[in-house]
Design a binder for this molecule. Structure first.
Ligand code: ADP
Ligand code: NI
Length: 216
């Protein structure tokens, strides 16, 4: 990567840090930093453009709905920041497309480019394993959700209506999202890393329920 690209990434890191510092909704700066480092690793093994991947990873949560009045105003922040830098239009549009898909996407359709898959997989890997578990409980605490309510029916047996009106718990979120992520990854490198993290979560849940029920 040339000096100009490195300088842009370093300014993007400063900007992202200023946006995310002190956040307690799961979008703190260390999350961004971990996603950036994982992105570099995946980009290298997947042969993706390292500059586009890293810039998108740095800015991926700036537009997050939870941190902005609306998705559109969040995207405007990213656009304005990118327009203040001398980045070629193709790279800029690519980064914007990745971030818009990450923020607006339903999360199921495939990403349009290899760079997009790398960044989304890196973000998803940070939502599973030991870190993913920690973020889930931190988020539940932030929202005031309980840890667990054993009387709640399992997520997969609820209708949409029941689910919307029901209570979300930290333990629910495993079925809701964490245990599904492994099979949604799009790069081989991320799938390899996810295997161990997935097993760890299954073991964690088993132990959690045993302790909850006083079985160990
Ligand atoms: P990101 O896009 O950075 O992965 P999200 O905005 O979806 O993250 O969520 C931030 C973190 O909070 C993630 O680790 C996610 O799993 C967790 N989280 C999101 N919704 C819930 C919920 N209802 N209960 C518990 N944890 C949640
Ligand atoms: Ni994220």
């Amino acid at each position: 990567m040339d000096r100009k690209a490195e300088a842009i990434l370093s300014r993007a890191a400063q900007y992202a840090r200023s946006v995310h510092e002190g956040d307690s909704s799961g979008h703190d700066w260390p999350h961004i930093d971990r996603v950036v480092r994982m992105t570099r690793r995946l980009a290298a093994s997947e042969g993706a453009d390292p500059f586009v991947c890293e810039l998108a990873a740095l800015l991926h949560d700036v537009a997050d709905e939870k941190l902005n009045a609306s998705k559109e105003s969040g995207m405007d922040l990213v656009k304005n920041w990118l327009n203040g830098e001398r980045i070629d239009t193709e790279a800029r549009d690519h980064v914007l497309d990745i971030i818009a898909t990450l923020s607006f996407g339903t999360g199921t359709g495939p990403m349009r480019t290899r760079e997009g898959s790398v960044v989304r997989d890196a973000d998803r890997l940070d939502a599973i394993g030991a870190i993913g578990i920690a973020r889930t409980f931190a988020y539940a605490g932030w929202k005031g959700h309980p840890l667990h309510e054993p009387q709640l029916p399992p997520r997969e047996t609820m209708t949409k209506e029941q689910y919307r009106n029901g209570r979300s718990t930290a333990i629910n979120h495993f079925q809701e999202k964490l245990l599904r992520l492994r099979d949604l990854l799009e790069t081989e490198s991320a799938r390899t890393i996810a295997a161990e993290r997935h097993r760890f979560m299954e073991g964690y849940l088993e132990q959690f329920h045993k302790e909850w029920n006083g079985e160990c």
